[in-house]
Design a protein around this ligand. Structure first.
Ligand SMILES: [Mg+2]
Length: 342
């Protein structure tokens, strides 16, 4: 955690859906859902009009259709998304040489490396406002939310608070240094970087729903329950202590999704449903990152904790959920389920 609010996080608003609404005026003001349009697809991005019906990203498309049958369902035009992303990332590079893209539509910017006095909070806010105007100007009207804080964690929390409908009309939130721990206390544990659904469920079983609940626990208790590395890391993050640097070129080599089940799975149809859903989720994230993949790996931990793993490499790279699903299903075919999958 820095003494100044010098990490900026910019996140485009409903990016894929907004590009569609920009390019096709008849979609403006309407519920637009971009994602897998097949029966097994997942929602990649929902416009704010669609979110009003309870639709959100990573939701199965079939459920989204049920909630918002009148919405426009689109499979996505990733070349158009990549093009707008390039414009936004280019703008961020004009602000600072140190930009860390997280996906096509969000990035961290290190303002310590920018031409600005980060001690001047008013100047930092002006920079953020100017940046939003430039993004809209150069992308023909796309909007974004900007968060600034003393760490990546805080900047991300701040941009989430700046999102439409959260009460900040200018869509810029700066978390003042010294207030970090208070700002995150009421947030759900999922707000902490690295806490996914599996970790959140585990914390929930320990009675911890909010960041403040984690702070009530002692570091020793967290280490005992969650292991050394994770327990100690979580204790620090719950106090907003985050020193992760902004790293300019981050090359994700792989993207993965994993599940833990209430009961070990032995039913093939059930395993197929899990594999189908995970293929859709992993491809949604692949598409968000603007990248393509060549190798699909399926990994299973069996009831005796042994690990089974198989991979297949395709001749060309893909971001097609249907193709990845077929590969993963093919791999699943060679897994002996009698023992049970954890
Ligand atoms: Mg976004």
């Amino acid at each position: 955690m820095r003494s100044r609010a010098s990490v900026l996080h910019l996140d485009m608003d409903a990016f894929f859906a907004s590009v569609e609404q920009r390019d096709k005026p008849s979609l403006r003001g309407k519920a637009v859902i971009v994602g897998g349009t097949s029966g097994r697809g997942v929602v990649s991005t929902a416009s704010y009009e669609a979110r009003a019906f309870g639709v959100h990203s990573a939701m199965p498309s079939a459920q989204a259709r049920h909630l918002a049958p009148q919405a426009a369902f689109l499979s996505g035009r990733f070349e158009a998304y990549r093009e707008s992303s390039r414009v936004v990332m280019g703008l961020l590079h004009e602000v600072s040489p140190l930009v860390e893209p997280l996906s096509l539509d969000e990035a961290f910017v290190d303002l310590e490396s920018a031409d600005i006095d980060t001690g001047d909070v008013a100047a930092v806010r002006r920079l953020a406002a100017t940046l939003r105007h430039q993004v809209a100007g150069r992308t023909e009207g796309l909007t974004c939310s900007v968060g600034i804080g003393s760490s990546k964690f805080m900047a991300k929390v701040a941009s989430e608070m700046a999102k439409p409908g959260r009460g900040h009309q200018d869509h810029v939130v700066l978390v003042e240094p010294g207030t970090e721990a208070d700002v995150i206390a009421p947030l759900p544990v999922r707000a902490i970087p690295g806490v996914g659904p599996v970790a959140a469920a585990r914390l929930d079983r320990l009675g911890m729903k909010k960041v403040a609940d984690i702070r009530q626990a002692s570091r020793e208790e967290l280490v005992r329950e969650l292991g050394q590395a994770w327990g100690a890391g979580l204790a620090d993050l719950a106090l907003a202590r985050d020193d992760r640097p902004v790293i300019s070129s981050r090359e994700a080599k792989s993207i993965s999704v994993e599940d833990t089940f209430e009961h070990d799975l032995t039913d093939r149809a059930e395993c197929e449903r899990v594999v189908d859903r995970d293929a859709a989720l992993v491809c949604a994230r692949l598409q968000h990152s603007g990248r393509f993949a060549r190798t699909v790996t399926l990994k299973a931990k069996m009831s005796d904790f042994s690990i089974w793993s198989r991979s297949v490499t395709m001749t060309g790279a893909t971001d097609s959920a249907e193709r990845v699903r077929r590969m993963a299903r093919h791999l699943l075919g060679s897994l002996d389920l009698r023992e049970g999958v954890r």
